[in-house]
Design a binder for this molecule. Structure first.
Ligand SMILES: [Zn+2]
Length: 343
């Protein structure tokens, strides 16, 4: 098959559209012909060699994809050739001690498409039948491919880590990104008042359309003071952060006592300033997002299919030009999700 792959770590140009062996399906697998595949920031780190995952090269990236079943193993159950499907982007082994204790999210042999096994940046993907999620023929393959990663991440952060409740005041910094725009919508679904920050006035309009109650354009001044002015001095119950960077301490500082900051990304910088004195005096909690468990992946797909959470699509590129998609993402100019489509 043809796939966008890389044989060594490097810049976007390291991505090659090359012939690699077709995946071979086992009795419990299905073969999916890819229609659309999401491109994530983590893909850029994977390709650059900075992800801290031990990859076996060549690797075919792509955690979230939709496509048509073109091959079915003899023990793959009711799935049929021609079905439109997606797959859980990561899944547990079902056999280890953690899985036996109903903690699939702590599985010792976790599999992740595009990380531990080939994902959706190619023409074909081998998928274990037990992680296939059937779609309706009317479902939009692009919307489904665009949403699983960002919506499940956002849903887990809002509901399981920040424990957002109706009436809470929530801050989403740099809210134009993929996960951040889903965070705005999931926090609204949870009944919160949402304040977002953005870099430009144009992005403020787009974030307001997603449901943010206020969208603050970052200036050069004191962002913490600007935020508290916008809320008439009320402090935030939760901060849902995807960016880290030099403003991390300022975002933390607007929390109420015993408020929670949940972090899932560090596009603005991985090593951040942190003053420990106010941290313990205020009892702030900093919580890392690790992984969304399988039931929340399934739930997030339902939110996408029913339009409860919309993931704007910034651009689509053919799989053959995945390098261009990576360069586009690296410019940080987009709002919403970047997709690869067959071809
Ligand atoms: Zn396991």
């Amino acid at each position: 098959m043809k796939a966008a792959t890389f044989y060594e770590y490097g810049p976007a140009e390291a991505m090659r559209y090359a012939d690699i062996p077709d995946p071979v399906i086992g009795p419990g697998d299905v073969l999916v012909q890819v229609q659309a595949c999401g491109v994530n920031h983590s893909d850029l780190d994977s390709r650059a060699g900075t992800s801290r995952w031990p990859f076996e090269l060549p690797m075919v990236l792509g955690a979230e994809f939709t496509g048509t079943v073109v091959g079915v193993g003899e023990r793959a159950g009711p799935i049929q050739t021609g079905d439109l499907v997606t797959a859980l982007q990561q899944y547990s082994c079902g056999r280890c001690a953690q899985c036996a204790m109903w903690r699939p999210d702590l599985c010792e042999a976790f599999e992740v498409f595009g990380t531990t096994r080939w994902g959706g940046y190619g023409e074909l993907v081998c998928v274990p039948a037990r992680v296939v999620v059937p779609l309706e023929p009317a479902d939009d393959p692009l919307a489904v491919a665009a949403g699983q990663c960002v919506v499940s991440t956002a849903w887990h952060m809002v509901n399981q880590l920040a424990l957002v409740r109706p009436g809470d005041l929530v801050l989403v910094p740099s809210a134009s990104g993929g996960v951040a725009s889903a965070l705005v919508q999931c926090a609204k679904l949870a009944g919160a008042t949402v304040v977002a920050t953005v870099g430009t006035a144009a992005k403020a309009g787009q974030v307001s359309l997603l449901g943010a109650d206020a969208a603050l354009v970052r200036g050069e001044g004191d962002i913490a003071a600007d935020l508290l002015r916008a809320t008439d001095g009320r402090r935030f119950d939760a901060v849902l952060d995807t960016v880290g960077g030099r403003l991390f301490g300022a975002h933390l500082s607007v929390l109420r006592e015993e408020g929670t900051l949940v972090t899932c990304g560090a596009h603005a910088g991985e090593v951040v300033p942190l003053d420990l004195i106010p941290l313990f005096r205020n009892g702030w909690r900093i919580v890392g997002f690790r992984v969304a468990p399988p039931d929340e992946l399934t739930a997030s797909l339902e939110l996408i299919r029913h339009g409860s959470v919309k993931v704007p699509i910034a651009a689509t590129f053919p799989i053959s030009d995945a390098a261009a998609a990576h360069r586009f993402l690296e410019r940080h100019q987009h709002v919403g999700k970047v997709l690869l489509v067959a071809g």
